[in-house]
Design a protein around this ligand. Sequence first.
Ligand code: SF4
Ligand code: SF4
Length: 351
Amino acid sequence: MTLLRPLLLHYFITFRCNCRCSFCDIWNADRYDQTIFADIKDVEQNLIEAKKLGVKFVDFTGGEPLLHPHIRTFLKLARKLGYRTSVTTNCLLYPQIAESIKGQVDFLHFSLDSLIESQHDEIRNKKAFVSVLTSIDTARALGEKPDLLFTVTDINVKQTGPLSELAKRLGLLLLVNPVFTNSRGLEISLQNLKFLERFQYKPYVYINKAFHRLRGNGGNSIQKPRCRAVDSTLVISPDNHLLLPCFHFCQIKKAINGDLSGIYNSEKLREYKNRQGRFDFCERCMLNCYFDPSFVYKCDVYFLESLFAKARYVYYKHIRRMADSLFGRLENRPALQIVKEINSKYFPENS
Ligand code: SF4
Ligand code: SF4
């Protein structure tokens, strides 16, 4: 099965960030300090053009996307154009702007790496834990359904149990996101991936086995590439360039200058489509954010496992949650109270 149209737009609206996460390369790169915010006119124009190209999902990303002064406008426009929107935030700013973006984000992700405050804050290199819990309470009070995005490394893998219990008690999805190898050397072993799989069928836990299979197979193979980064995903930088073939291994930046369609239909883009997953640096690649949409572009075991994970996501997010809410099975107390209870159950020595 081949889809000719891209599904997803990764729109980097800023590279600035107010966190310093231990597994992230973005804040560490000198070139990203003090970079510009995406221009409002460029974003409007690109959203309109990308829609014509068939894009269905737009992920406003960064850096920390909520730092952008026009994030509200971008979300409103994207929704008006018919996109499904997503935002992942470290939550430091969310409580302040929650009301103004209410109902505008289809997939709102709060990064939460541990229920132990000191561990989460150490991973994020910022006192962010309390903001995440405040954000959960704020979002729920507004009727939002944020997902909890758990980036797992060998260091915090044992938090899977406590976090999945929090997710179940709140009726929020826990997205288990194995870290991908980066320049900062944080990893997750195959043994710990196996440990994660014990939680695969727990309620409200999203684990995409296709990622685990890819890792077990040693990542992307340049002989038989599974990556469809260029087919599936448009990547735009804050300074209005299309990045090819992907953000992390960008080889060429094409200035958009109001003509996203022209670039998309160019010979250069065709060349990159032919080479996606085949560059030397693509060997062993396992960048989740590109493989997730890539799995849709070929009917094989990755496609089926990914589809299964997404079906579970939809079930828990929309059906099971409604039932649990109707039957009073979800907790309405502040997240901090619940976290304290869970911690005293899992880590009684600390309570
Ligand atoms: S919040 Fe996101 S962009 Fe910022 S340092 Fe952490 S992982 Fe990187
Ligand atoms: S395999 Fe990885 S590095 Fe290569 S194009 Fe795909 S996402 Fe980029």
